[in-house]
Design a binder for this molecule. Structure first.
Ligand code: ZN
Length: 298
């Protein structure tokens, strides 16, 4: 893993994101080429790629609409004996740095995206000693714009793994803004979507878990390491309190979403109770692995 070249133009302002053009048609997981991974997952590298202001009631059903939290935008690298997979990818920093893009992208009352200096995703991947040329795939928990920014980094042979229900939902909505979607992050010439249907074994020791509710095709990820299992809840549980007290996320979308969110948080709570299993909340500023990343930056 010596090649640290950075494909794409991650912070090139107006160049990214471009209008959708000749984007590859999605293919089903069963029809996709095997991922360029060998062996087992050996490490999960936590990444903090931004921050955002979120009302507590968005993260926690029944929470305060008054209290606002500065939540980390997180991602993770799942590193195998050979190759690695990126889980989620934060914002495309170009959307923050480019004034008109920023204004049009984040026109929401009481919302503020933050991307610290540099390119946190690129910088932290490099600091971990990983090469983008060894990236086998990128998996996104769901299509909200604080998760899809890594599309800019992908080559067509590094597929984007997303649940079919999420993909179809994202493309079907008539008002992407109301659903916090940047379709340009997903539908682009360099991104090959591969569609998963519910629980899916992505690779030995690495599973996608159906945790719908926050969005119609939300997925979490389970990674079996030698000494423990890590479950990345992503936005099925923004905070640890969701997992510990079995409180679903406060923001849901789709038919039957409230019931699905309830079932998903119960599933995550039960996984968290298994021996040697940790469920990591997606946006908790106090969760140790994210805190350590934040504290390590200057
Ligand atoms: Zn999120």
């Amino acid at each position: 893993m010596t090649d640290t070249s950075e494909p794409g133009a991650p912070t090139s302002g107006a160049k990214t994101p471009s209008a959708p053009q000749r984007a590859p048609a999605p293919i089903a997981w069963a029809d996709a080429a095997p991922l360029a991974l060998a062996g087992r997952p050996r490490r999960v590298i936590p990444l903090v790629v931004g921050f955002e202001v979120i009302a507590e009631a968005i993260s926690v059903a029944g929470g305060s609409s008054f209290r606002h939290l500065m939540e980390p935008v997180t991602a993770a690298a799942v590193v195998f004996d050979e190759g690695w997979v990126l889980v989620d990818g934060g914002f495309d920093p170009a959307r923050i740095r480019h004034r008109s893009l920023r204004v049009t992208s984040f026109d929401y009352e009481n919302y503020a995206p933050v991307v610290p200096a540099g390119d946190p995703l690129v910088d932290q991947v490099a600091a971990a000693g990983l090469a983008w040329s060894d990236l086998a795939a990128a998996a996104v928990s769901h299509a909200h714009f604080d998760h899809t920014g890594a599309g800019r980094m992908l080559r067509p042979d590094q597929p984007l793994l997303i649940q079919r229900r999420e993909w179809e939902h994202a493309l079907a909505v008539t008002q992407p803004r109301a659903h916090f979607l940047f379709l340009d992050d997903l539908v682009r010439s360099n991104v090959q979507p591969v569609l998963l249907d519910g629980d899916t074994r992505i690779a030995e020791g690495f599973d996608a878990l159906d945790t719908a509710g926050h969005t119609p095709g939300h997925q979490s990820f389970s990674i079996d390491l030698e000494e423990r299992t890590i479950v990345l809840a992503c936005d099925a549980a923004d905070l640890r309190v969701n997992i510990e007290k079995i409180i679903p996320c406060g923001s849901t979308a789709g038919p039957d979403a409230a019931r699905q969110a309830e079932a998903s948080i119960r599933r995550l709570h039960e996984l968290d109770a298994l021996p040697d299993t940790e469920v990591w909340p997606g946006h908790d500023p106090e969760w140790g692995p994210w805190r350590e990343v934040i504290d390590a930056q200057s």
